[in-house]
Write a protein that binds this ligand. Structure first.
Ligand code: NAI
Length: 483
């Protein structure tokens, strides 16, 4: 018996979770459920992270959480429990499989174009760090973190997943043509790791082009890896290709803890009516069974699900409008009644079960994603200042503060250079970036930054300072548009 933590969730969560567990029980899946207290009702009891201490301990010791959707209380300043769980436990890869399902009519199924795409989305970093600041009352800033260690984790997992899936092609979606340092780092790591998997074809595509190709030729893609925000958008696009959120499973994979859940939310509009579609949660559960090596149970249940869909049984949210829909419980019963049956297309062949070793890990320190790189040299600073001056007038002030150490290289507004060259047609807001580089790029001491900040602050309102780094001749910062 493998022990797993189960959190039924809010809204339709308990209804669809009960339906899925009834299918697992009928198939005698060797799982022992430890139901934990997690969700909005736990927030309401005063637990600020939406789970009890016992729930956290159970999940951390068992390492597997099967969860229903959860509601984040609105307007109380609390963060989403779903996002907090994924981040706290470092489930660095969000894997979603999108497959044509017979009985679920889509534009592509009608056109006879089969879809079998796996999207792996980085799950921790990017703008989802939620590190945001107001620089002025009118200017908001969000920091976007992409790290080598974090990228390596998710990209290596992607190649391993592709190998297990028997895929031929792994594609990296990105926007490195614009975000040269952040997406550039992700892409660089992608090709470094690709070298370890010569049997897989590795290529990359710019994310907007990827979206266009996905909606015109989805059958060309196999396994795709993306950074967090782009992956979020692209994976919902793929959900639309195969029939919508009712059919979108997801697995959040980490080294110690993994979370299996549906992509959709708590569907408050239909809660308590026993009419929700449990397919997405069931598909997530099947992903969990395969993760736990329970291959034959997963194949039996999946074949019964596919047969049921193919035979036209459906909940109210999909299927032929001309045939009566069934409720959540009846849908689960229909799947159970179809155990042992095979769909006419896409039948799963049961591979032998794989032994799963339940790791009970008790970490004593936060795992460190090791890096031996040397710190960069400091070669200047970007000062973000609030000002309504015209660029030339602002430059005149900045030039008084070069302290014999710096040169004023550029002034930009919303990333576009407005001094020393620029266009009078560039709209400016009352917040500029003034770039001071050290003369001849000579490395500076930290004290020089403090002195620069203090000096400029005498004449201007400095909202933020960003250190400029370099490694030898190589600048570790981007140029302004037009610089
Ligand atoms: P939602 O996914 O709950 O609902 C969107 C629409 O899809 C609704 O019309 C709903 O009835 C329908 N729908 C969703 N799942 C369905 C199912 N299984 N069967 C039939 N119809 C289904 O998205 P919404 O309304 O934006 O969010 C509601 C709540 O869910 C919010 O509090 C949100 O924070 C939370 N949420 C939680 C997630 C999670 O736990 N991972 C993910 C997304 C939202």
């Amino acid at each position: 018996m493998v022990k797993i933590a189960v959190a039924k969730g809010d809204g339709i969560g308990p209804e669809i979770m009960d339906a899925v567990l009834s299918i697992f029980n009928a198939a005698k899946v060797p799982l022992e459920y430890h139901v934990v207290d997690m969700g909005k009702w736990v927030f309401d009891k005063g637990y600020s992270n939406g789970m009890t201490k016992e729930a956290q301990e159970t999940i951390e010791s068992l390492g597997i959480l099967f969860k229903g959707p959860m509601e984040t209380p609105k307007g109380k300043g609390v963060k989403s429990i779903n996002v907090t769980a994924r981040k706290t436990w470092n489930t660095y890869a969000n894997k979603r499989d999108f497959l044509t399902l017979s009985g679920v009519n889509t534009v592509f199924s009608k056109a006879g174009i089969p879809i079998d795409i796996t999207i792996v989305r980085e799950n921790i970093e990017d703008t989802y760090g939620g590190i945001e600041h107001m620089l002025t009352p009118d200017v908001a800033l969000c920091r976007r973190f992409i790290t080598r260690g974090g990228s390596e984790q998710v990209i290596r997992y992607t190649f391993e997943t592709a190998k297990k899936k028997g895929a031929r092609r792994v594609t990296c979606g990105h926007k490195a043509n614009i975000m040269k340092l952040t997406d550039g780092l992700f892409l660089e790591v992608f090709y470094e790791i690709a070298k370890e998997y010569p049997e897989l074809k590795a290529d990359d595509v710019i994310v907007d082009d990827l979206c266009m190709k996905l909606v015109s030729r989805p059958d060309l893609f196999d396994v795709v890896v993306l950074t967090n925000l782009q992956g979020d958008i692209v994976s919902d696009l793929c959900a639309g290709l195969v029939g919508g959120l009712g059919f979108a499973p997801s697995a959040n994979i980490g080294d110690h803890i993994s979370i299996f859940e549906a992509v959709h939310g708590t569907a408050p509009d239909i809660m308590g009516k026993n009419i929700a579609n449990p397919t997405a949660l069931l598909l997530s559960g099947l992903g969990m069974l395969r993760h736990l090596g329970l291959m034959s149970a997963a194949a039996t249940i999946e074949n019964a699900l596919l047969y049921t869909l193919e035979s036209g049984v459906h909940t109210g949210d999909f299927g032929e409008k001309g045939t009566a829909s069934v409720n959540t419980t009846q849908f689960a019963e229909a799947i159970i009644a179809n155990f042992g049956k095979q769909p006419s297309v896409g039948a799963k062949i049961a591979t032998p079960d794989v032994a799963y070793e339940q790791k009970v890990s008790h970490l004593t320190a936060n795992p460190l994603l090791e890096s031996n790189s040397e710190p960069f040299d400091i070669v200047g600073a970007d000062l973000f200042v609030q000002s309504n001056l015209q660029p030339a007038a602002l430059a005149e002030i900045c030039l008084k503060h070069t302290l014999g150490k710096y040169k004023l290289v550029t002034i930009s507004n919303r990333g576009t250079q407005v001094w020393p060259t620029g266009s009078i047609y560039t709209n400016v807001v009352n917040q500029y970036r003034c770039r001071f580089e050290s003369i001849d790029n000579i490395p500076l001491e930290k004290e020089a930054l403090v002195a620069l900040f203090a000096s400029v602050s005498n004449d201007l309102h400095v909202c933020s300072l960003e250190t400029l780094h370099a490694h030898g001749d190589k600048k570790a910062y981007s140029l302004a548009q037009g610089q």
